[in-house]
Design a protein. Structure first.
Length: 278
């Protein structure tokens, strides 16, 4: 039994430690102990910023008391969220650390608004400056924005997880009301096919000339095997005709010779008879 109880207590302790490390703080509970920031705390809940703040491990809140919220009183909820997210610094800062930073003049701090996807023109950053009188001042990093508020005091700090610092006024970056989410740029469409130039238009003509060239070379090929074959053989066929034509000529010569011989024989016989009669 004792070993079982020990195991259960150990499991409960580990669960508590894990839960504490996962949610290091709760901004709503922290500010609930300070009535002067009740309106600011309500706005964090209404805009959903409280949940985003609680999901962070290290953060600094620049809070304004109930009398300093006139700058957001008449704005839409989404714009109020943008403005208040500028008051959430994504790192731990207390008064001592800010005093060291501001001595360097115009130190830039990254805010939660920078992660929104709509922050442009340095609207997601705050500039910390130490004034000549020693005060620490905050202003938007938008060019030309100027100083917006001064540090009043530390409200609550839990090094190095969360720090709540009071400032005199709300810091409103110029143009933050009109900012909208910008989708990432899309790849440009492929350019349309261009019309063929004059040189390209004449190209088919030269190719047609090339197409006509084989037609000229094909003509003899068509004549050689079929049409011209018998014609070429015709002289061979004419040869017997020539021989036949020559044969009668030879017969005529032999006939004339026989006739001449016969005439000569008759003449010789007549002459012989004539001389015998004498």
């Amino acid at each position: 039994m004792n070993s079982k109880h020990t195991s259960l207590l150990l499991l409960l302790l580990l669960t508590t430690i894990a839960t504490t490390s996962t949610t290091a703080f709760n901004i709503t509970r922290l500010l609930s102990d300070y009535p002067d920031f009740a309106s600011f705390n309500d706005l964090l809940t209404q805009t959903g910023l409280a949940d985003e703040i609680n999901s962070r491990q290290t953060i600094t809140i620049l809070a304004v008391d109930n009398s300093g919220l006139d700058a957001v009183s008449d704005r839409p909820v989404d714009v109020v969220k943008r403005i208040l997210s500028v008051h959430v610094i994504l790192d731990y800062y207390d008064s001592a650390k800010l005093q060291k930073l501001s001595k360097k003049k115009n130190t830039q701090l990254t805010t939660l608004f920078q992660t929104s996807g709509i922050a442009t023109n340095q609207a997601g950053f705050l500039t910390v400056t130490q004034m000549d009188d020693g005060e620490v001042s905050f202003g938007s990093s938008v060019p030309g924005a100027g100083i917006g508020a001064n540090l009043v005091k530390e409200v609550v700090t839990k090094p190095y997880n969360i720090s709540v610092l009071q400032i005199t006024d709300i810091v409103v970056p110029p143009g933050i009301d009109n900012l909208k989410f910008q989708a990432p740029p899309q790849a440009p469409p492929p350019p349309p096919a261009s019309a063929p130039s004059d040189d390209e238009a004449t190209a088919p003509a030269s190719s047609s000339d090339d197409a006509e060239t084989p037609a000229v070379s094909e003509a003899p090929a068509a004549e050689a095997p079929v049409a011209e074959g018998p014609a070429a053989a015709s002289p061979v066929a004419d040869a017997p005709k020539g021989e036949k034509a020559a044969a009668p000529a030879a017969d005529e010569k032999s006939s004339a010779g026989r006739l001449g011989a016969a005439v000569a024989g008759v003449a010789l016989a007549v002459a012989s008879s004539f001389f015998a009669a004498l």
